[in-house]
Ligand binder design. Structure first.
Ligand SMILES: Nc1ncnc2c1ncn2[C@@H]1O[C@H](COP(=O)(O)OP(=O)(O)OP(=O)(O)O)[C@@H](O)[C@H]1O
Ligand SMILES: [Mg+2]
Length: 247
């Protein structure tokens, strides 16, 4: 397994967003967002309720139209490319609220994550992905609806990995997850980045845990980027501490 050094300075930009505007009908939720995610980095987007975090993820994964601005993935324009095409190109979105299929088993949910690929290949890949999530391995035959919130989040992430992402976007992976599993999930995300050179864009309200694993972060308020810095700088910033880290 390649030993990946902590990426510094001049990594290759995988995702480049400029002046991005989007919303719902006449309601604008994003007003000119600019954001860059370099390969093999973990970037978090912090923001309060309604700031536009989920809207941003939906636009980037092709579920909502781009109203203005540009989005480039690996150097190619992808604004308004259909979601299905973006998944095949490697942009995979783990939605807020997890959206696992409650009536299906853990294994069946995982098989669905690899639906674009031959079943045999997906089975081998499931074995590999489950090494990151021993708890899921134990519950492979259980119905997803019987899992705890944290286990369902692990399942949603594992299912996302089965689509072979180059960019994995996670919308509030800590939501509804017990503290001890939160830590496990976030350290696993970091482990996956280190081992697989996966690029991660993580949207979170729990700034503490997100900054802990991130290289860089953005703070958005009412659809605008109000701060952008290294995770260490944001974690030490007074305004960020007051607004998102409970003083
Ligand atoms: N389906 C929708 N129709 C109309 N407006 C919407 C819709 N979804 C979100 N909005 C509005 O867009 C803005 C951004 O919402 P969004 O869900 O992106 O915020 P968020 O940062 O993800 O919030 P949360 O932390 O609560 O998940 C809010 O003002 C919200 O009310
Ligand atoms: Mg949201």
């Amino acid at each position: 397994m390649a030993n990946v050094a902590e990426p510094t300075g001049a990594g290759r930009p995988l995702l480049q967003v400029e002046r991005l505007a989007a919303g719902y009908g006449k309601i604008r939720a994003l007003h000119g967002i600019g954001l860059t995610v370099h390969e093999a980095r973990i970037v978090c987007v912090l923001g309060a309720n309604g700031a536009g975090k989920t809207t941003l993820m939906r636009v980037l994964s092709g579920l909502l139209p781009v109203m203005d601005g540009t989005v480039q993935f690996d150097g190619q324009a992808i604004a308004n490319v259909p979601a299905e095409t973006l998944v095949r190109r490697g942009i995979v979105h783990v939605p807020q609220g997890r959206m696992v299929f409650a009536q299906l088993s853990v294994r069946e949910n995982l098989m669905l994550g690899g639906y674009t690929r031959p079943a045999g290949e997906v089975r081998d890949h499931i074995t590999h992905v489950l090494d990151y999530f021993p708890r899921l391995k134990e519950r492979i035959g259980s119905r997803a609806g019987t899992l705890s919130g944290g286990e369902q989040q692990m399942l949603a992430i594992a299912r996302g990995l089965l689509a072979r992402p180059r960019l994995l976007m996670l919308d509030e992976p800590s939501m509804g997850v017990a503290p001890i599993l939160k830590d496990a999930i976030f350290s696993t995300l970091r482990d996956i980045r280190d081992r697989e050179r996966l690029t991660l864009l993580v949207v979170e309200q729990d700034a503490d845990i997100a900054l802990d694993i991130s290289d860089e972060g953005y703070v958005i308020e009412t659809g605008r980027v109000v701060m952008q810095a290294s995770a260490a700088e944001l974690a030490g910033n007074e305004d960020v501490r007051r607004a998102y880290l409970g003083g």
